[in-house]
Design a binder for this molecule. Structure first.
Ligand code: ADP
Length: 241
């Protein structure tokens, strides 16, 4: 699913947080929204998701205007840094949740759900933890389950907000590889928010560098790294977390 973002503007009170954002995301790309805290990344992601309405501009999915549609109708998947799994449900039930609340007409049978959740657990190599509860998992395992849960409903667009933010460096690195692998196997389109330059450059097909509600540069990780379009990009990429 390709995503068209045209002329998106957003203010909170008197503060303009997004200025005329335009961006085309081809189907199947993994795009990193990179920028310092407060640059508007999360607000843009929420507007793409339909969790927040823009003051002006248009969002399209595959060329169809979805600007007025809410998140559920846009059929996107989410992974958030603090989007906790349901504590009282097993890993299996967490992943099955999105399928079991589908409208009756679209709801798979119990056997189909078992099969599907089984496949997802295999993909994130956590089949052996199906009966555990979230409190019995490590942070990295939890985010792998959160990825599997988001993918259970086969979204064509997956949106991730600092999905690995709370984890330590090695686990973050592993999870990046997981995201990349799932992305390549399942062919969805992903947009993920990060303030971590290394993360964005490592895993994205395209990096979108934001500052103060504006796009500073859009390009492949190589281009952005080797040819920063502005002093801001140069200095931001130079910062070490
Ligand atoms: P980032 O994700 O890059 O850290 P955000 O999109 O979260 O940036 O925030 C951009 C700006 O908008 C910040 O100044 C933030 O304080 C402000 N902001 C975000 N959400 C709200 C809100 N619901 N109400 C008021 N201000 C907000």
């Amino acid at each position: 699913m390709s995503i068209q973002i045209e002329g998106i503007r957003k203010s909170f009170g008197k503060t303009r947080v997004l200025h005329d954002i335009g961006l085309d995301i081809p189907s199947g790309q993994l795009v990193g929204l990179l920028g310092p805290s407060g640059s508007g990344k999360t607000t843009l992601l929420r507007i793409i998701a339909g969790l927040e309405q823009a003051d002006g501009g248009r969002i399209g999915f595959n060329g169809t205007d979805v600007t007025g549609l809410h998140a559920r109708e846009r059929k996107v998947g989410f992974v958030f840094q603090h989007y906790a799994l349901f504590r009282h449900m097993t890993v299996f039930d967490n992943i099955a949740f999105g399928l079991s609340i589908k409208p009756r007409k679209e709801r798979p049978s119990a056997a189909e759900i078992r099969q599907k959740v089984g496949n997802l657990l295999e993909m994130v190599q956590l089949s052996h933890l199906a009966d555990r509860f979230p409190s019995q998992l490590s942070g990295g395992q939890r985010q792998r389950i959160a990825l599997a849960r988001a993918l259970a409903v086969e979204p064509q667009v997956l949106l991730l907000d600092e999905p690995f933010g709370a984890l330590d460096a090695q686990v973050r690195k592993d999870l990046r590889r997981w995201l990349r692998r799932l992305h390549d196997e399942l062919h969805f389109t992903s947009v993920f928010v990060t303030h971590d330059q290394e993360e964005a450059l490592d895993v994205s097909d395209q990096v979108v560098v934001m500052s103060q509600g504006r796009i500073e540069q859009i390009g492949s990780p190589n281009t952005v790294w080797q040819h920063p379009a502005s002093r801001f990009v140069l200095e931001f990429l130079g910062e070490v977390n």
